[in-house]
Structures are given as C-alpha cells and as structure tokens.
Design a protein around this ligand. Structure first.
Ligand code: ADP
Ligand code: MG
Length: 346
C-alpha cells in the first residue's frame, strides 16, 4: 500500500529525448509532455528567457524569426547532447511540467531512450543531465528497442523482426532476434536533412531562398516519397536570390519528392545495410515479419510504399509513430523489476 502511494506521488517517467522533440510519458497515465527540443536564450548569454520557461513549443516558434536580442538553441544534434547545460535546463523544465500536480519531492525513476550507437561519453552526458535535472534512478534503453516494444513486436521470439526509426537528426535501423539486437545501423540523414534538401532544391531550381522552417512546412504539407494518386500543391514564399525581393510560387508533391531523392536513398541504404549484416536465415524471416517504421519521419507520405517496393518485404508504419518510443519506455517501466538487469544503468 505504502509502495503504491509512493508510486502515485512520484510515478516513474519514460523519456524520449529526441533531437527534434522530447516526449515524456508517466506510467499508467500516458504522454504528458510532447514538445520541441529547443530553448530560447537572451543573445550573448546562457539565460533562458521567461525565467526559464522559454522552452519547447514557445522556443521553437522563435527559430528562424527571432529578433536580434534572442537566439533559439537545440541542445541535441544527431541524437546526442551537444550542450549539456541547456539540455539539463530543458529536461528540468519538462520534468517539472510532467509532475505538475504532484507535491512529492522525491526524485522519479526514469527510463530514457538513447541512440543505439551512443559512445560512453555521450552516455555519461545523458545520465548527468537527467540526474542534475531532478531524476532519481536513471535507466537507458536503446531507442530501437523502445520502438519495437512500443509497437508490440515479438522481440524475444527466435524470429527476426525489424524497426527503422526516422527522427529529426538520425535514422536508426535495428533487427532483433530472441530479445537481442543482432544488427543495427545508424545514419545522420533523417528529417532535418530532408528539410535541407528542400532548401537546396529551391535554390538550385528556382534561385529562391527559403528557410529551414518553411522547408519543413512544405515537407509536412505536400512531401511524399512515392507518387501520390492525386498530387498536392502548396504556396511557398521565399526570397528571389537575384533581385532580393520576396516571391511567391506554387510547389507540387512531385517536386518535393524529387527534392527528397538524396535523403530517401540514404535511408534506404541504412535499412539495406542493416539487413545485409545479418544472417541469411534472419534476413529471410523479415520477408514474413517485415519492417515497422517509427519516428516523425515515418509519417512522410508513401515512405512505407517506397521501402516496400525497393526491398521486396512488407513495411508498415507504427501506430502513432512519433510517440511510439516514449510509449515503449513506459511499457518498460511497467516491467522494470523484471527487465532492469538488461537496461543500462549506473
Ligand atoms: P526526434 O526523435 O529526432 O526528436 P521525431 O521522431 O520527433 O524526431 O521526428 C521529427 C522529424 O519528423 C522532423 O524532421 C519532422 O519534420 C518530421 N515529421 C513530422 N511529421 C512529419 C510528416 N507528417 N511528414 C514528414 N516528416 C514529418
Ligand atoms: Mg526519436
């Protein structure tokens, strides 16, 4: 009983600390924080605006359109922490938000999803940031394992299964058999690179300069990886590079598909290499079990169809792919006593 009250007062938290978004889930309750991994600072200082509250959604709105006196910073790049201090401040704010109604001062146990190929130094940085941000016991889990658990894949069976997570900064592919990761591959080409490819396309093709936030909007509105039955169009506003004057143009989904060719080929290559590095038996299983796509990038229209056509194995997008890693971490919390020996902890 006491244990249950304590657990209610200070429930365990699952955290997907992503390059683009941080998602926090409370055991038994679900997702309580889902915000961009961004903080806004006063220029030339390390002070977060709004007494430490210019974090997440509010800060992301400032990216690309901040006045001179403000900078918006992302504390992670390609899945790893690049600014410890700001990452810690961001986590502290999100942890506080996640526990808002609770008065308990005890530190919550957390499970944090991290990239599979994290170095010992990077791993240390995650432990430190989380502890200093107010976490109690900290466990780390590979993102792909959390994604696989979240999608309900039969991980412990002697039959291979595969996930590919496409986030903002990294694409992570992994194959599991009997509970172990038997092959994994990570690349730095994911959603952010898609945005950059769209910027580049407009520059080369139309001599128009568009910013990264605009490129992301175009990707979300009309982006696709496979020809659509009905093409989509949207309006783009950018700067004409010759005259320096703002210009409007219409862009179609076919054009965006062309713009995304480079990053899409790279994602395909990451998946192919992961499969090639496993045994023919396990690779053979995949023609039955297929691949599950997770992460925000998995929502790109037709990405499943493109991969399925190129690889010749079934590909499906996880249910609510953006939050599947965070949900995987909470499933992990429910079985913590049983699984903690297999998780990475201090
Ligand atoms: P991370 O794990 O790096 O925090 P997420 O899994 O949250 O990243 O995914 C963020 C990426 O997904 C961003 O690049 C974003 O533009 C992209 N994204 C989100 N929704 C869509 C969509 N509908 N189509 C294409 N890309 C999307
Ligand atoms: Mg992610």
């Amino acid at each position: 009983m006491l244990h249950r009250i304590r657990r209610w007062l200070s429930p365990h938290l699952g955290i997907d600390l992503g390059t683009a978004n941080t998602i926090v889930a409370v055991e038994g309750e679900g997702i309580v924080v889902d915000e961009p991994s961004v903080v806004a600072l006063k220029k030339g200082s390390r002070e977060i605006l709004g007494k430490g509250t210019a974090v997440g959604r509010l800060a992301k709105q400032m990216l690309g359109r901040t006045p001179e006196s403000i900078t918006a910073v992302k504390p992670l790049r390609h899945g790893v922490i690049t600014d410890f201090e700001l990452c810690e401040a961001m986590l502290r704010y999100f942890l506080h938000k996640a526990r808002r109604e609770r008065t308990s001062r005890s530190r919550p146990t957390v499970v944090i999803a991290v990239p599979g190929c994290i170095t010992p130094v990077e791993r240390r940085a995650v432990f430190n940031s989380a502890e200093r941000a107010g976490a109690g016991r900290v466990y780390l889990i590979e993102e792909s394992r959390a994604a696989a658990i979240g999608s309900g894949l039969p991980l412990s069976e002697p039959l291979a299964s595969m996930v590919c997570d496409i986030g903002g900064g990294t694409t992570e592919a992994a194959i599991f058999s009997m509970g172990e990761i038997v092959s994994q591959q990570s690349s730095r080409v994911a959603g952010d690179e898609m945005d950059a490819a769209i910027v580049e396309y407009f520059r080369k093709r139309y001599s128009v300069k568009v910013g990264l936030p605009t490129a992301e909007r175009i990707k979300l509105e009309v982006g696709c990886a496979y020809p659509l039955n009905e093409a989509l169009t949207t309006e783009v506003r950018g700067l004409d590079m010759a005259s320096g004057i703002p210009r409007k143009a219409m862009v179609t989904s076919d054009e965006v598909r062309e713009a995304l060719e480079g990053p899409l080929n790279s994602i395909l290559e990451t998946v192919t290499q992961t499969i090639e590095r496993t045994s023919p038996e396990l690779a053979g299983d995949l023609s039955e079990t297929g691949i599950v796509l997770s992460g925000g990038g998995a929502q790109l229209r037709g990405l499943d169809l493109l991969l399925q056509e190129q690889l010749g194995i079934p590909v499906r997008v996880a249910n609510e792919p953006r939050t599947i890693v965070a949900r995987g971490t909470t499933i992990c919390l429910e079985h913590l006593d049983e699984w903690k020996s297999r998780l990475d902890h201090e």
